[in-house]
Design a protein around this ligand. Structure first.
Ligand code: HEC
Length: 87
């Protein structure tokens, strides 16, 4: 009997973990480039607008700032797209 309860408790914990993990990852991927930019790039400095640099300059800046802001490749790409297309 005791073993069954343990198995049920473990099952609940694992299910909660999976639900939580899927929420976190969907939140991150749902964020748009502008949201990621607003939330990450202002942590350290006022973020210059997309018009402040050319597309070539943004390529270089984004690879430098990706390391500083600890962004994933997807997040960094979204921000770069936002900065290169938006005004
Ligand atoms: C952990 C802190 C930090 C985060 C987060 C951060 N930056 Fe920076 N950023 C810096 C520092 C420090 C400098 C100045 C030194 C340098 O240029 O490397 C800088 C400089 C810059 C510059 C000026 C570069 C130049 O040549 O004048 C730009 C543009 C910039 N960051 C954009 C961004 C963008 C876009 C993001 C978001 C993806 C971002 N930063 C996130 C710390 C950060």
């Amino acid at each position: 009997m005791k073993r069954n309860i343990l198995i049920i408790v473990f099952a609940i914990i694992i299910t909660m973990g999976l639900v939580f993990a899927s929420c976190v990852s969907s939140k991150v991927t749902d964020k748009s480039g502008s949201q990621l930019w607003a939330q990450n790039c202002m942590r350290c400095h006022n973020s210059p607008p997309s018009s402040a640099f050319t597309n070539t300059q943004w390529n270089i800046i984004s690879s430098h700032m990706r390391q500083r802001a600890m962004l994933t490749e997807t997040e960094s790409k979204k921000i770069l797209e936002f900065l290169q297309t938006g005004d």
